[in-house]
Design a protein around this ligand. Structure first.
Ligand SMILES: *[C@@H]1O[C@H](CO)[C@@H](O)[C@H](O)[C@H]1NC(C)=O
Ligand SMILES: *[C@@H]1O[C@H](CO)[C@@H](O)[C@H](O)[C@H]1NC(C)=O
Ligand SMILES: *[C@@H]1O[C@H](CO)[C@@H](O)[C@H](O)[C@H]1NC(C)=O
Ligand SMILES: *[C@@H]1O[C@H](CO)[C@@H](O)[C@H](O)[C@H]1NC(C)=O
Ligand SMILES: *[C@@H]1O[C@H](CO)[C@@H](O)[C@H](O)[C@H]1NC(C)=O
Ligand SMILES: CC(=O)N[C@H]1CO[C@H](CO)[C@@H](O)[C@@H]1O
Length: 475
């Protein structure tokens, strides 16, 4: 039997300057495997609101290229989470997501009249590919709203609340159980085609009223529904499906909902928040994993650069946003809004050209790749200290023993960085560089003779990922 020589001892090494290399800046990063933080669930995006139809309409070779860009660990981003939209609309007009029960069955206790088209706006296709071809472990099914007839405003759009939660009484009755049954039925349809939904959300931006599917909720109202949803899932044997809440528009807004959710703490699985109205800057007060489930440069003109003038769509900016969520705000997952679609803004990571003859990845996708390929589900964030001046440094220990270190240099400093991992003897190391001119460039990562350290170059305005493999020792 072979075992990894990770001894889990703390070495109090200090940041040192190495004058041995050359005249440029040199610095040392110390990784402490005994200082552990959150466990990572993954990285991802969505193809909801009929974006999956756009992908599915491409030529077969572009379909494959698109799927590879999203899910392939060697030629794409290696995403591990797909966020699907559970429809609430009466039809598929515009980019709407049609409901599995477009018409009211007559009342909350009437026999349901579910309709399943087996396609779900091509989300069935994307999900099946993701799970069966690429082995994606996590499917997050998320409803933006209940169908209109279950709500106070009789419309799946324009806000309104679910009939039967605190402060929401409707002449048609209490629809909480009917909505829970409906969500469970959606999971069952996916299960029947071999796609297991692992996470279920019943709200999206409940702090915002929009002209598309939207449903308001405060923390207490969400708790009222979770009390019905959890036992409904359990009774259907979906004990492993985790309930998420509440995909609020911003990090602070989600924090503000936590008090109302305290009565259902044991029934909640994952706390989810978006980053539009406030970015993840500090942890949300909960013992549950927290996911950043939606963010994008929604309005900015399509940009593919890694660094140009610090624009909102640039890759380096996104590498930094992911860092902030993981390191400052204790997030266990980071999802962009849309993966692939057409159009002229940065609301997606990859653009379908107007003539639909090509598919163009932005450097945002590669910024994600530099995280998601090497920080795999189950990885634990570990402590770091030191590093080049102006850089953001993070490190993770993967389930397979690999230690992945990210160095984001947002400044103009350039130099070599030596990484030491306390109690870890490196048998090998690889480094990859992402910047304006490097697109798939493996870099030298030199392992010292005794395996005690690894050295790589970190240029200005770049992100370098170094992966250290433990030396296997026989026992
Ligand atoms: C991922 O991409 C690599 C390199 O192009 C390819 O060899 C491999 O078959 C792809 N993996 C899957 C699951 O398609
Ligand atoms: C999906 O769930 C079913 C029922 O729990 C289980 O038997 C099956 O192995 C799961 N499939 C995958 C791919 O995890
Ligand atoms: C749940 O699982 C139990 C035990 O395997 C089984 O008896 C029961 O029929 C299942 N219920 C449903 C709704 O599938
Ligand atoms: C970080 O998240 C984990 C759950 O993923 C939780 O147990 C831990 O308490 C959180 N830490 C902080 C500082 O909030
Ligand atoms: C790695 O070693 C090679 C050969 O000794 C040397 O040329 C290169 O500068 C070293 N790279 C770093 C980042 O130390
Ligand atoms: C390790 C890794 O995922 N590297 C990627 C970082 O981003 C560049 C593009 O800028 C990709 O080509 C690399 O594959």
């Amino acid at each position: 039997m072979a075992l990894y020589s990770v001894l889990l001892t703390t070495l109090a090494l200090t940041v040192s300057s190495r004058a041995t290399l050359n005249s440029r800046q040199a610095s040392t990063i110390t990784v402490d495997l005994t200082k552990t933080y959150q466990t990572i669930d993954g990285f991802g995006m969505s193809e909801t609101f009929q974006r999956a139809n756009q992908m599915h309409a491409l030529s077969e070779s572009l379909q494959r290229y698109s799927l590879d860009l999203l899910f392939n660990r060697t030629s794409g981003a290696g995403f591990s989470i797909l966020r699907n939209g559970i429809g609430s609309s009466p039809d598929s007009s515009s980019d709407h997501m049609v409901s599995i029960q477009p018409k009211s069955p007559g009342g909350p206790t009437a026999a349901p009249k579910y309709v399943w088209d087996g396609n779900d706006n091509s989300q069935v296709w994307v999900s099946t590919e993701a799970v069966k071809i690429y082995g994606i472990p996590t499917i997050y099914a998320n409803a933006w709203s209940a169908p209109g007839y279950m709500k106070t405003n009789n419309n799946d759009a324009n806000g309104g609340t679910l009939c039967g939660v605190s402060g929401s009484t409707c002449s048609s009755g209490d629809w909480k159980q009917a909505y829970a049954d409906y969500l469970v039925q959606y999971i069952t349809y996916y299960g029947q085609i071999g796609v297991n939904v692992t996470h279920l959300g019943f709200l999206n931006e409940p702090d915002l009223t929009t002209s598309y599917a939207s449903m308001r909720s405060n923390g207490q109202q969400a708790a009222d529904f979770i009390k019905v949803l959890r036992p409904t899932l359990d009774k259907a044997n979906y004990t492993a499906v985790k309930i998420t809440c509440c995909d609020a528009e911003g990090w602070s807004s989600q924090s503000g909902m936590m008090g109302g959710l305290s009565s259902v703490d044991s029934q909640l699985g994952v706390v989810t928040a978006h980053s539009y109205t406030s970015q993840p800057g500090s942890p949300i007060n909960t013992k549950h994993p927290v996911w950043q489930t939606e963010n994008a440069d929604l309005q900015g003109a399509w940009a593919t650069a890694f660094y140009s003038n610090n624009g909102a769509g640039e890759g380096l900016n996104w590498a930094t946003k992911i860092y902030d969520a993981l390191v400052k705000a204790n997030a266990s997952a980071y999802l962009y809004w849309v993966g692939i679609q057409g159009g002229a803004t940065n609301s997606k990571l990859v653009r379908i050209s107007d003539d639909k003859k090509s598919v163009i990845p932005s450097k945002r996708l590669w910024a994600f790749a530099n995280w998601s390929r090497h920080v795999r589900p189950g990885a634990v964030r570990v402590g770091t200290s030191g590093g080049p001046s102006g850089a953001r440094v993070s490190a993770f220990k993967n389930v397979d023993g690999m230690v992945a270190v990210q160095i984001i240099q947002t400044g103009t400093g350039t130099g070599s960085v030596t990484i030491q991992v306390g109690g870890f003897v490196a048998g090998g190391a690889k480094a990859w560089l992402t910047d304006n001119t490097h697109d798939c460039d493996a870099q030298a990562a030199n392992v010292s003779e005794d395996g005690g350290s690894v050295t790589a170059n970190v240029p200005a305005r770049s992100m370098v990922t170094v992966v250290l493999e433990a030396k296997e020792v026989a026992n």
